[in-house]
Design a protein around this ligand. Structure first.
Ligand code: 13P
Ligand code: SF4
Length: 315
């Protein structure tokens, strides 16, 4: 046990030294392991991290998150080196939207504006008019002229939620996140019965029946803000379990209960296996070796940059 702790402290020290020597910045998503969050320069949701990536003066960006996030950082900084500790850290939602099939749908509806959630590949972004994240999606949809029909991809749950919020009818791609579709409504209501004063908070990637019972729906940052500013002291949290680390740090006196998953698992919570592919050891290795690196073709980056830039201007 002691050896593990020493190893962690030692690795974190080495990461901090390398970061300094190489003028690197570490951007970490809230779903990363605590030991990664501890060495990060910035921790945030996907929009905040994209903004940090766009503003950084560092020579190297180490993205502790999943592939589409690191790819977005590269598109925003084509001349910088962007590293991802494990290139296999993908996203089930991004994978649910293959470019060829999406291109066919777009061709069938040439008069539609295409709004894509940032959880998609760079190639899908090249087919988009504008990108959005869970924090700005409502604003982005509202920015599109009322008479213009919309295709929204790839998350059908976020799409359905946005249709209700904005009153806009949209053509939805049939994609979803395996982590957020894993929550069990029955089990959640059982937990709620035991904690009737709890507030239920959920990420909009969750299924409709979970969102319907939630007191608050928002991005990871939105949820953190809600828990901090709320007068309530117990929360049932329906998103990836990694967020609980930062949340509990922010509100040490409050009770946070992870929303239960349909499948029985030891922590009764949901973890994103892709996010968890990044480990402290892999983070250290990638900073030391400057590999694996995100490499994208110039033309792809230029095309994908346009809808991301539009989103940034509206955020
Ligand atoms: P955020 O926009 O809240 O960071 O969510 C990203 C994500 O992948 C949620 O599963
Ligand atoms: Fe993708 Fe879901 Fe993991 Fe978020 S939690 S990165 S949407 S698989």
């Amino acid at each position: 046990m002691e050896k593990t702790v020493n190893n962690k402290v030692n690795l974190q020290e080495q990461v901090r030294k390398l970061k300094e020597q190489k003028n690197a910045v570490i951007l970490a998503h809230y779903y990363q392991e605590p030991e990664i969050q501890e060495v990060a320069d910035f921790i945030g949701d996907s929009l905040e991290l994209a903004k940090k990536a766009a503003q950084t003066t560092a020579d190297i960006i180490v993205f502790a998150g999943v592939h589409f996030m690191a790819e977005t950082a590269k598109i925003l900084n084509p001349s910088k080196k962007v590293l991802l500790p494990d290139l296999k850290a993908g996203c089930s939602l991004a994978d649910s939207c293959p470019p060829d099939a999406f291109r066919k749908l777009k061709e069938k509806y040439p008069d539609h504006a295409v709004v894509t959630y940032i959880n998609c590949s760079a190639e899908i972004k090249t087919l988009s008019d504008i990108v959005c994240t869970s924090s700005n999606a409502e604003r982005i949809i509202n920015s599109i002229p009322k008479e213009k029909p919309i295709i929204f991809a790839p998350d059908k749950n976020l799409g359905r939620y946005l249709m209700e919020k904005t009153g806009r009818k949209m053509l939805l791609w049939d994609g979803a996140c395996i982590v957020h579709e894993a929550f069990s409504l029955d089990k959640l209501l059982e937990v709620y019965k035991q904690h009737p004063s709890a507030m239920i908070i959920a990420h909009p990637e969750s299924e409709d029946h979970i969102l319907k019972v939630a007191n608050y729906v928002g991005s990871t940052s939105g949820m953190l803000h809600y828990v901090k500013s709320s007068e309530h002291d117990t929360f049932i949290v329906a998103t990836e379990a990694g967020i609980l680390y930062q949340m509990q740090k922010d509100v040490p006196h409050k009770t946070l209960i992870p929303a239960p998953a349909k499948e029985d698992n030891t922590c009764a919570c949901s973890e994103c296996a892709f996010m968890k592919m990044n480990t402290l050891q892999k983070l250290y290795n990638c900073l030391k070796n400057e590999d694996p690196e995100i490499i994208l073709e110039k033309e792809l980056m230029e095309k994908a940059h346009k809808p991301i830039k539009k989103m940034m201007e509206l955020s």
